[in-house]
Design a protein. Structure first.
Length: 435
């Protein structure tokens, strides 16, 4: 079955057929966790029955993505340098679920962070760096190497997120510096440029040699997939050996096309799309978007769409799941541990940073969800896993939210780390309930 066929089946309804047997998703057992590993006050965050959390660290700065080393050290990317560094390293020497060592390092801020081949990789908006991690060392003492440089300049969606496939390849999201590739960006009634010239160097995922320093974007990068407006949430699933990404859908349907979309429609549309990414895939931005209410991709108004007709949008790659508009997916992680109940094994956790452009309606998102998987595709609808981040029932702007979920990482013991960009808080979530 080809890529588009699989995507179309998944878009019409969850494909529960196990393309890989569930036994392939079983990992080694981990030590039992108890309520003693948790805090009574975690800021009002709500978790499913049997789960609890500790505040691993707090007030770190604008925390973005997370990475955990095999010894349990946690590394947090910061959007802007804070306390003298763009990365903060955290270590729990007491084993009580709280970091008691905190060290800042690095000259630049950024988003993407990951550990591969004994190095800590860190992605700023314009380059990918790596630091050698020596045994027992919390903060690298050697200066960083440049792995990739000369990403194209952009004033929107510049954050670079990264993923490794374990086979020596590094994947980098390069967002599009545009809402919908209009002649005048975010201008009411401005038509789209066809073909969109931004897709030559933006709006997709590029792949590089993970182990080679001094690569240059235009010379060494290979476009892996295109037609993706911005996918800060990307990951490689080590169990299915496939790349996954979540696209942040376009904004301002009502603002730019008030004759076609009501305020309510613009608040809900378009979907945030969850993609299974194959080499060469084209997911259709800016020409099409996915309407999660109509369950199909439709033509964008900048390219002659009216909110109903599809045109050739069915020819592009389809999502394997769709979420409400403007929730802003920021991280995705496939759970490979054994510390959580079996129903979580092999499924995907996703953070949603929360919307900004649903006004005058209340903002939405601001949560962590779980998507169960069977093989390559979801086996059921998403479920809220962690909520209560807003700190109140209704907010009208992101600045009113107490927390905004951002980063995700899995510890070697199977604990789940959730990061917040608003206060710079990191939670360590564990399961202590019945099996």
């Amino acid at each position: 079955m080809d890529t588009n066929s699989i995507s179309k089946i998944a878009a019409a309804g969850w494909l529960a057929a196990c393309l890989l047997t569930p036994s392939l998703r079983v990992m080694a057992a981990t030590p039992a966790m108890t309520m003693a590993d948790c805090d009574t006050d975690i800021g009002g965050i709500r978790l499913p029955p049997g789960f609890c959390a500790a505040v691993f660290a707090d007030q770190l700065g604008t925390a973005r993505h997370l990475a955990v080393n095999r010894n349990g050290d946690v590394y947090v990317a910061l959007q802007s340098p804070h306390s003298g560094g763009g990365i903060v390293a955290l270590r729990d020497t007491r084993g009580d679920g709280h970091a008691d060592q905190m060290r800042y390092f690095g000259e630049f801020g950024g988003t993407g962070i990951g550990i591969h081949g004994g190095y800590l990789y860190f992605a700023t908006n314009t380059q990918v760096l790596r630091y050698k991690l020596l045994a027992g060392e919390l903060v690298p003492h050697q200066p960083p190497q440049v792995v990739i440089s000369d990403f194209p300049p952009q004033d929107q969606h510049a954050a670079k997120s990264i993923a490794f496939d374990g086979r020596g390849r590094l994947y980098v999201n390069v967002g599009a510096p545009s809402n919908a590739c209009q002649q005048e960006d975010r201008a009411s009634g401005s038509p789209g440029i066809n073909p969109c010239p931004l897709l030559a160097q933006h709006g997709g995922i590029w792949v590089f040699d993970a182990d080679k320093p001094d690569q240059i974007f235009a010379r060494d990068g290979r476009r892996y997939a295109t037609g993706i407006r911005n996918a800060v949430a990307i990951t490689w699933d080590p169990l299915t050996h496939m790349l996954y990404a979540l696209q942040m859908g376009r904004d301002q349907l009502h603002d730019d096309w008030p004759a076609l979309y009501s305020v309510a429609q613009s608040a809900e549309l378009p979907a945030e799309e969850f993609f299974l990414v194959h080499p060469g895939d084209n997911f259709g931005w800016p020409y099409c978007y996915y309407d999660q209410i109509r369950h199909k991709k439709v033509r964008a108004p900048e390219y002659g769409g009216d909110g109903v007709k599809s045109g050739d949008c069915g020819d592009y790659g389809q999502p394997i799941a769709a979420f409400p508009g403007h929730w802003a997916p920021e991280s995705v992680l496939f759970y490979t541990g054994r510390a959580f109940p079996p129903r979580y094994h092999g499924g995907a956790f996703i953070t949603f940073h929360g919307s900004w452009n649903r006004a005058p309606l209340p903002q939405a998102g601001y949560r962590v969800v779980f998507v169960p998987f069977a093989g390559l595709l979801p086996s059921g609808a998403y479920q809220d896993f962690a909520d209560g981040f807003m700190g109140r029932e209704t907010i009208l702007s992101p600045g009113e939210a107490r927390y905004r979920p951002m980063g995700l990482a899995q510890g070697p013991d199977g604990a789940l780390y959730i990061g917040d960009s608003q206060q710079g808080r990191i939670w360590r979530v564990i399961y202590t309930g019945p099996r």
